[in-house]
Design a protein around this ligand. Structure first.
Ligand SMILES: NC(=O)c1ccc[n+]([C@@H]2O[C@H](COP(=O)([O-])OP(=O)(O)OC[C@H]3O[C@@H](n4cnc5c(N)ncnc54)[C@H](OP(=O)(O)O)[C@@H]3O)[C@@H](O)[C@H]2O)c1
Length: 337
């Protein structure tokens, strides 16, 4: 089968190669991938900026495909279109993942291939209102955003919520979840076009984080925030502490800008703020997220769809940060955006 293989050698770091079809163990399913989505994680790994990278590997944590074989497990999903919960070994606590936790798609071989093998209990039927491309866009970013906004952020009707970097996949799901439960959702971005699109989607207000003093204007129009959901971190975290109302929560799910040089602890205790980290989501978060998506017929925002042969261009788009929503690869190239 054809697969995008991650190699250690820089000259063919990511290359489409012909590799053997993986063999099934008991309880596993063979899924023929129809569509797979990129996450920033894939780009961090390609750049070598991720812990415990294993070579060779097949990346890709998100996919939608058809179950072609299942061994020694419930056969009810045989022949059906499915998506995969990207958690491996989350564990039994809702507070945090276990020490054995892994994300599907390195070290376990992932979805950037014609076929993938997953434990059958990771499979869920594709939401009926979604195409394969839309469904592939959902799992990792949808689950991360669900835990950030709903489980950790406890976003509620009427609250003022700020989502930073609205161009990102996780950010857009957090936006949609928060808006659907009735919060007033504001956004930031480095792109005027992306801000305009967010306003068209119903954002209550916006700010361009590349502008000087962007937060002062945003504070004035919004009156501050009950919850901020942020994947950028960096020194900008201190600005976010300023923007929180007393008793507010800063939910941190990523660090695109790296570590902050310093963090204003005085602000945290004086304003009685909560700083809450969040990563991926429990299996319960995944199921709750799917139920919400099905109930509200929510549509993931797909930025672009590339044929598998052009997956290098898909990575380039993510690296340049041009996307608004999820970047998806179609294995047979039939479902275009
Ligand atoms: N903890 C977890 O489980 C988890 C899961 C998924 C992702 N993440 C992390 O979350 C981050 C986003 O991931 P993603 O997959 O959603 O990435 P993505 O789709 O590639 O989006 C990255 C976004 O970062 C935003 N950004 C860049 N500079 C910013 C700034 N100064 N302030 C605010 N936002 C800024 C950009 O927003 P604009 O284009 O609008 O400017 C960009 O769209 C990454 O660091 C990723 O590693 C963590």
């Amino acid at each position: 089968m054809r697969a995008l293989v991650l190699n250690e050698a820089a000259e063919h770091r990511l290359r489409i190669e012909n590799i053997e079809l993986p063999k099934l163990s008991d309880g596993e399913a063979l899924v023929r991938i129809k569509a797979a989505a990129l996450n920033h994680r894939d780009e961090w790994i390609r750049e070598g900026k991720y812990a415990k990278i294993k070579y060779p590997s097949v990346l890709g944590s998100d996919g939608c495909g058809v179950v072609e074989e299942i061994t020694g497990a419930d056969q009810s999903l045989w022949g059906q279109e499915v998506i995969m919960n990207p958690n491996i070994n989350w564990g039994s606590s809702e507070l945090a993942q276990s020490a054995d936790y892994e994300v599907y798609g390195m070290p376990a071989w992932g979805t950037f291939a014609e076929y993938t093998v997953v434990p059958a209990h990771r499979l869920h039927p594709r939401p009926a209102h979604l195409t394969a491309v839309q469904a592939a866009a959902l799992p990792l970013a949808g689950m991360t955003a669900w835990r950030a906004a709903m489980a950790q952020g406890e976003v509620a009707p009427g609250q003022n919520v700020l989502i930073t970097g609205i161009g990102g996949g996780v950010a857009q799901f957090a936006f949609e979840f928060s808006q659907t439960v009735g919060a007033q959702v504001y956004v930031t971005s480095g792109s005027a076009d992306k801000l305009q699109r967010a306003v068209e989607m119903g954002a209550a207000g916006e700010a361009n984080y590349t502008m000087e003093n962007w937060h002062k204007q945003l504070n004035m129009v919004s009156g501050g925030f009950d919850v901020i959901i942020d994947g950028a971190a960096g020194d900008q975290m201190n600005v976010l502490l300023d923007l929180l109302r007393p008793g507010g929560r800063l939910i941190s799910y990523g660090a695109t800008l790296g570590r902050p040089e310093f963090l204003n602890v005085y602000k945290i205790y004086w304003k009685q703020l909560r700083l809450q980290g969040t990563t991926m989501g429990s299996d319960k978060d995944f199921s709750d997220m799917l139920e919400f998506i099905n109930e509200h017929k929510m549509l993931p925002i797909v930025d672009s769809v590339y044929p598998f042969e052009a997956i290098g261009d898909a990575f380039a788009r993510m690296q340049q940060g041009e996307q608004f929503g999820k970047i998806v690869v179609s294995m047979d190239g039939t479902e275009q955006h």
